[in-house]
Ligand binder design. Structure first.
Ligand SMILES: O=P(O)(O)OP(=O)(O)OP(=O)(O)OC[C@H]1O[C@@H](n2cnc3c(O)ncnc32)[C@H](O)[C@@H]1O
Ligand SMILES: [Mg+2]
Length: 190
């Protein structure tokens, strides 16, 4: 089976991507290639940060790879947390990050939000970008224990459950990451 290097050490993302690519590609993440660096994400866009992560692996390991930079944008919070989703509260503690979103959104009727993933696939020196977006709303309280990050408060449009209440198999067919991945796979197969 063909190998693909995923420039991430986020085990949850890796699990989702391995499930989505099962049977087609063997996904190696940063630990698998011996990279334990927390790659600096100094760009102010998802595309910029995804490209920084993929370029780092090319530069340091001379391997084609893909990276995902993703986050949640809340309309009433001027699209925050956005690229700062991983550390919105100042730490990587998802419960703290969720608490801060709910606090900042308290009493606000506009609960529209979206999840966005941008994939940067570095192949033969070319940077190919694939984007996935899913619209939804922020629940008043957390619900569900599956998934990771902001899943317990994000309810995708068309569903009456949060990402954290749904099985990963369903999330893996509709999510921002699934949409971006599908575009990358179509490109790889072309
Ligand atoms: O950069 P890598 O190593 O891939 O791992 P990371 O966790 O730092 O990932 P990001 O830089 O893309 O930050 C995205 C953050 O946004 C949140 N997030 C991203 N995708 C999510 C999803 O599918 N469900 C819930 N939260 C998500 C979560 O808090 C992530 O830490
Ligand atoms: Mg990151």
């Amino acid at each position: 089976m063909k190998k693909l290097v995923f420039a991430s050490n986020n085990q949850h993302k890796t699990e989702e991507i391995r499930a989505a690519l099962a049977g087609e590609y063997e996904v190696l993440n940063l630990q698998d290639i011996g990279c334990f660096a927390d790659i600096p994400e100094t760009a102010d866009t998802f595309e910029g940060n995804a490209s920084l992560k993929s370029s780092y692996v090319v530069a340091h390991f001379n391997l084609d790879c893909f990276a995902d930079d993703s986050g949640m944008e809340v309309e009433a919070l001027n699209n925050e947390p956005g690229v700062y989703s991983a550390r919105y509260s100042g730490s990587r503690d998802s419960a703290e990050n969720i608490r801060l979103v709910l606090k900042n959104l308290q009493g606000n009727n506009n609960r529209k939000a979206r999840f966005k993933t941008v994939i940067s696939l570095m192949q033969d020196g070319q940077n190919h970008i694939f984007e996935g977006v899913i619209e939804g709303t922020i629940r008043e309280e957390i619900a569900g224990s599956k998934g990771f990050g902001y899943d317990p408060i994000f309810q995708p449009d068309g569903y009456d459950v949060t990402f954290a209440e749904m099985d990963m198999a369903l999330k893996n067919t509709i999510s921002h990451r699934a949409i971006a991945l599908k575009k990358m796979i179509e490109f790889l197969k072309a």
